[in-house]
Design a protein around this ligand. Structure first.
Ligand code: XCC
Ligand code: SF4
Length: 654
């Protein structure tokens, strides 16, 4: 498999030239990547793909025959509906737990910061601190920022437990939405509570009603979106600064031949922020110069990259499927990781180079990597040690093996809700007016991962392009943001690619038609923005002309996001099939029944042209519902001839 190189294989696996060059290079060197391993896994298990396998107990493992000939029940008697719903419930719980545990790490450090028990952290946005504290009932008047922070930390710690009737930030959702949740019994109470309850319910012999299980799935998702993720975002803003528009660069061209290159990979800004600071330490810069390097270049990967780009303008090396390829440049002294979306394979790839893989979280160790335990109470010291280790690897770099493909592309980031409202003059009114007039038809959040079953970034880019061409404003987070940045959608000049209405608005405001809202936990910003728009109009979120899309998702976290986005009233299009198709009942509930209860549903559509058409029709229908000028569905068609039909699993084979 490796060694076959070019001949179009790389072009089938990814749309980007930097990635193609590195896939070819990996082939030349016999380095195995994610695409090779996906091919080696074929055929993947059909029962698992349909959600029909269960190993929740030792009477199993069991599977249900989708063709109705073999067994229709597990040993315990669970049928396809129960098995599929339980599996989906556990997936949501894993995703929700991941975001929320990241939020907890930030919260704990924030608490230590309040009590002056950390090094390297400070309160960067005191205005936001006081605003949030007031919102959740902490007295702020006449008190120091640290006193307020200490009380706020205590209040938010309680959000993880079981002593609350509902989460602190739930009050941000429109009252009509909260009433719906209450009626359905899905108001999220405690972050840990909903996750633990999902594990309980999906134990053998507990919740054996698929509707009941899936409703709790929504609740578990809501505990992520309005709980763990929102806490992560809000406290990160307080500690590291609320993002404001910033210009940066993206793709592997951000690596520098004459500098120490350190890639920060993972999710939590606690680590990356102090590393950025340490990279400016005169002592370490001097050390780098003594080895012949002209500087220390920090770049980002995945969501840690998004966190650094949003707040510090740090250049972005790439998204999920770029992590191995970044190593193949041979130009990285270190890849420093914390947790989530970090392929264990990076350790193998690094062995072909001088690159150090430095793991930092005691809950995420990688066999074969160097572990430096990151203790936020000593953040500055640990960061110093890590950067020093990277600098000391520089003399071991073999310049003959370095391949840095191409030049970086400019991209803008930093569109927090505060920044978006700031650009609009402090109120959502101009945006609402533009939507009401039809200048902008609506807004769509394009979010989520890469998945090697699809050509990397093709769906992100194609869907986004078709939406902005049709005057739909696009908000992006996570790996979708990196995809769009690389294809030039995220600079103000990209307004030229938008339809006339969106173009005029973007040009007037000097913003791109595709706004970078942040990392995956920052999808919580989108909830806050939607709630503000709905409240401004006096409607519920499900009445807004908006939609969500996760065109290339792979992660359990993406499933949790989907659950809270839909439960919050936003219909969401998935580009990759979730493992639910073994139960027609579950599919009907997700793709139809939910619409009747939460006003939103899931749609699966791998073709970006068809996904864009569906979304445009959906937006126009919502416009009609609000009494705004609308285009009837039958007048909308796929708007250009080049329908990019995406062959599922086209990444497989060569
Ligand atoms: Fe990307 Fe967050 Fe997905 Fe991971 S999960 S692949 S978006 S880095 Ni968020
Ligand atoms: Fe089989 Fe039921 Fe046990 Fe699952 S819980 S492994 S279906 S016996």
């Amino acid at each position: 498999m490796s060694g076959t190189s070019t001949n179009g294989r790389a072009r089938r696996l990814t749309v980007h030239q930097d990635a193609q060059a590195m896939i070819d290079r990996a082939g030349e060197l016999g380095i195995t990547t994610v695409w090779d391993r996906l091919a080696a896994q074929q055929p993947q298990c059909g029962y698992c793909a349909l959600g029909l396998s269960c190993r929740n107990c030792a009477m199993g493992p069991c599977r249900v025959d989708p063709f109705g000939e073999g067994p229709q029940k597990g040993v315990c008697g669970a049928d396809a509906d129960v098995i599929v719903a339980r599996n989906l419930g556990r997936t949501i719980a894993a995703g929700s737990s991941s975001h929320s545990d990241h939020g907890r790490d930030i919260l704990e450090t924030f608490g230590h910061l309040a009590h002056a028990e950390t090094s390297g952290y400070r309160i960067a946005d005191e205005e936001k601190l006081r605003r949030i504290a007031t919102e959740v009932g902490v007295v702020t008047e006449g008190r120091t920022a640290e006193e307020v922070a200490g009380d706020l930390a205590d209040v938010l710690q309680e959000d993880y437990g079981s002593r609350r009737g509902s989460l602190s930030f739930i009050g941000r959702a429109p009252a009509v939405r909260r009433a719906k949740w209450e009626k359905l019994g899905i108001t999220p109470r405690g972050v840990d509570r909903e996750n633990v309850e999902m594990l309980h319910r999906t134990h053998m012999g507990v919740d054996n009603d698929y509707v009941n299980t899936l409703l709790h799935g929504l609740r578990t998702g809501l505990a992520d979106g309005w709980g763990g993720s929102m806490i992560a975002t809000e406290l990160s803003d307080v500690m590291f600064g609320t993002p404001q528009p910033v210009v940066s660069e993206v793709n592997l061209g951000v690596l520098k031949t004459d500098q120490v290159n350190i890639a920060m990979h993972g999710h939590n800004p606690l680590l990356s922020d102090v590393i950025c600071a340490a990279a400016q330490d005169p002592e370490l810069l001097e050390l780098a110069r003594s080895y012949g390097a002209t500087g220390i270049n920090i770049v980002g990967l995945c969501c840690t990259g998004n966190e650094m780009l949003m707040r510090r303008g740090v250049p972005m090396a790439g998204n999920h499927l770029m992590q191995e390829l970044a190593l193949v440049t041979g130009a990285l002294e270190a890849m420093v990781v914390d947790y989530q979306c970090i392929m264990p394979s990076i350790v193998d790839v690094s062995k072909c180079y001088h690159t150090k893989i430095i793991s930092t979280s005691d809950k995420a160790k990688f066999t074969g990597a160097t572990h430096i335990s990151f203790d936020p109470e000593h953040g500055a010291e640990v960061a110093h040690q890590i950067v020093r280790m990277a600098v000391e690897a520089y003399p071991d770099r073999n310049p003959e093996r370095v391949r840095i493909p191409g030049q970086p592309v400019q991209m803008m980031g930093g569109f927090s809700v505060e920044a978006i409202l700031g650009a609009l003059g402090g109120t959502p009114k101009p945006l609402v007016d533009a939507i009401a007039a039809g200048t902008i038809r609506g807004a769509v959040a394009v979010v989520g991962c890469n998945n090697p079953k699809l050509p990397q970034d093709l769906e992100h880019i194609e869907l986004t392009r078709r939406l902005i061409e049709n005057d739909v404003l696009v908000l992006v987070t996570g790996c979708a943001a990196v995809a769009n940045g690389k294809s030039g959608h995220m600079v103000p000049e990209a307004a030229a690619m938008a339809g006339p209405g969106l173009r005029s608005v973007c040009q007037a405001l000097g913003i791109p038609p595709v706004l970078h809202v942040g990392s995956c936990v920052d999808n919580s910003r989108i909830l806050v923005l939607l709630a503000a728009l709905a409240d401004f109009l006096g409607v519920d979120i499900d009445q807004l002309p908006v939609a969500g899309a996760a065109p290339e998702w792979y992660s359990e976290k993406a499933v949790a996001i989907g659950a809270y986005v839909v439960a919050s009233g936003v219909t969401t299009v998935l580009g990759v099939q979730p493992a639910v198709f073994g139960s027609p009942n579950v599919v009907n509930l997700l793709a139809d029944g939910l619409d009747g209860v939460v006003g939103a549903k899931f749609v699966v559509e791998p073709d970006p042209a068809k996904a864009a058409l569906f979304i445009r029709r959906h937006i126009e229908a919502k416009r009609q519902g609000l009494g705004l000028p609308f285009v009837p569905a039958d007048e909308l068609a796929i708007d250009d001839g080049e329908s990019a039909t995406v062959p599922v699993a086209s990444g497989v084979g060569s």
